[in-house]
Design a protein around this ligand. Structure first.
Ligand SMILES: [Zn+2]
Length: 220
């Protein structure tokens, strides 16, 4: 199980994968474009002519494309990787959802950008959430909770246990996607916590690692 897959995206015929610490080089596509992730809300559309550099070719936290034969990807170790696909046009998006980007509404903004790009109905979009640090382990401060509370529709789901606040990146991203029209049945949430599953996944919080897992998807 070196790459995790979403059954929803597999059934729809989208080539994709969520990397793990067991992923080996040959499982990651050659034609993979990634951005220099900065925890912001900038969305990049990858189109012709393709950039010469593939790795971190520009700064941003979300990528969209419809160019066949290429893959777009993001790198994470606790942050949430979200892959979005439009079966109507074959277009895809990859979104890097850390708390700072979610507090800026990135997941919702990515859907709006994808809608302008595809001109399709977001109710038909599919979205898969890969491994991320879960509410079991994701302790946050009041600053993080407050950052979410200020943004309409970004209500980060938090819970208090023993005077500590825990947050769910997946719930926050799901709220944003659904507020832009995605349906519950079109969300596939791979329920892995990066911190709990150190046997399979990298966790920045859990082990202060510099390693990142690559998640990728290609248009069809
Ligand atoms: Zn956990």
């Amino acid at each position: 199980m070196a790459l995790l897959k979403s059954s929803l995206l597999v059934e729809a015929g989208f080539d994709h994968g969520f990397g793990t610490r067991k992923t080996v080089t040959h499982e990651v596509p050659d034609a993979l474009y990634t951005v220099g992730q900065v925890h912001g809300d900038r969305i990049i559309t990858l189109q012709d002519p393709l950039p010469e550099e593939k790795y971190r070719f520009t700064e941003g936290d979300a990528l969209l494309t419809r160019i066949s034969g290429v893959f777009i990807g993001i790198r994470t170790a606790d942050c949430l990787p979200v892959l979005i696909a439009d079966p109507a046009t074959g277009a895809v998006a990859a979104v890097h959802c850390g708390w700072r980007s979610l507090a800026k509404g990135l997941a919702g903004k990515a859907v709006r950008a994808f809608e302008s790009f595809t001109r399709s109905d977001p109710r038909g979009y599919l979205a898969a959430f890969g491994p991320a640090i879960g509410p079991c382990c994701y302790e946050v401060g009041e600053d993080v909770r407050d950052a979410f509370m200020k943004i309409p529709g970004c209500g980060l789901t938090t819970e208090h246990r023993d005077d500590t606040i825990y947050a769910s990146l997946k719930d926050a991203a799901a709220i944003q996607l659904k507020s832009e029209g995605l349906t519950e049945k079109n969300l596939d949430i791979l329920d892995y916590c990066t911190s709990c599953r150190s046997d399979l996944l990298y966790s920045w919080r859990g082990e202060k690692t510099e390693e990142r897992m690559v998640s990728f998807i290609g248009p069809k």
